[in-house]
Ligand binder design. Structure first.
Ligand SMILES: Cc1cc2nc3c(=O)[nH]c(=O)nc-3n(C[C@H](O)[C@H](O)[C@H](O)COP(=O)(O)O)c2cc1C
Length: 191
């Protein structure tokens, strides 16, 4: 088994993170990995924002403002503090381009693949990473505050930093639960 396959089989997302954040050269390499995402017509339909230090407090204020009417004080406080769960947050943004053969959904998938590559590269460098979204990822207040342009969307917030403690292992499904051989129409109806 190759080391890449072994790494993929073993990788986990880590929610409990602390300083230090990944060093600049590690982050640069991780972005180069993100840019290797499958990308139909090489449209580069993605961009990223790196948020560190006090900018996390500003992000938390956006999250608090994006809480639904009727949210409790506790819920608003939780949203406000959310970005402080890691020393660095990387916002993945899908930026679809107009193209006759590449629909927006393919460009969104390319951006999501890039987020995965980014997360894997940071993990391979010895840091923890956790892809998060929640309602804030889709909220216009957050979009405006992050400077999203028309047509852009947030793919996710990648929280990254040094792992405080590894989370309990996540059970992995048996591949037979989600893989079948298709041999023609009607062959997989009982699946
Ligand atoms: C688009 C997307 C959004 C996610 N949002 C959240 C989230 O908001 N909160 C959360 O706990 N996990 C979220 N996850 C799941 C975690 O990133 C992670 O995949 C999950 O905890 C499984 O952990 P593992 O990578 O160790 O298998 C999201 C995953 C994806 C792909």
């Amino acid at each position: 088994m190759s080391t890449v396959t072994r790494f993929l089989l073993d990788k986990t997302s880590e929610p409990r993170l602390q300083a230090p954040a990944p060093a600049q050269d590690i982050v640069d390499t991780a972005f180069q990995c993100a840019a290797r995402a499958p990308d139909h017509a090489l449209l580069r339909p993605w961009r990223y924002l790196v948020i560190e230090g006090d900018a996390r407090i500003a992000l938390g204020e956006l999250f608090a403002r994006a809480c639904p009417d009727g949210a409790s004080e506790k819920e608003v406080e939780k949203a406000q503090k959310a970005p402080l769960r890691a020393p660095m947050i990387i916002v993945g943004i899908a930026s679809p381009r107009t193209h006759p053969k590449v629909p927006d959904v393919e460009q969104l998938m390319s951006a999501a693949a890039g987020m995965s590559f980014l997360s894997l590269a940071l993990t391979d460098a010895g840091y923890g990473a956790m892809w998060r979204t929640g309602g804030v990822a889709y909220h216009p207040i957050v979009h405006e505050g992050l400077g999203l342009q028309s047509g852009e969307s947030v793919v996710g917030f990648l929280y990254t930093g040094t792992v405080v403690s590894e989370k309990p292992s996540v059970p992995r499904p048996d591949t037979r639960q989600f893989v079948a051989t298709w041999s023609g129409p009607g062959c997989c109806e009982d699946w």
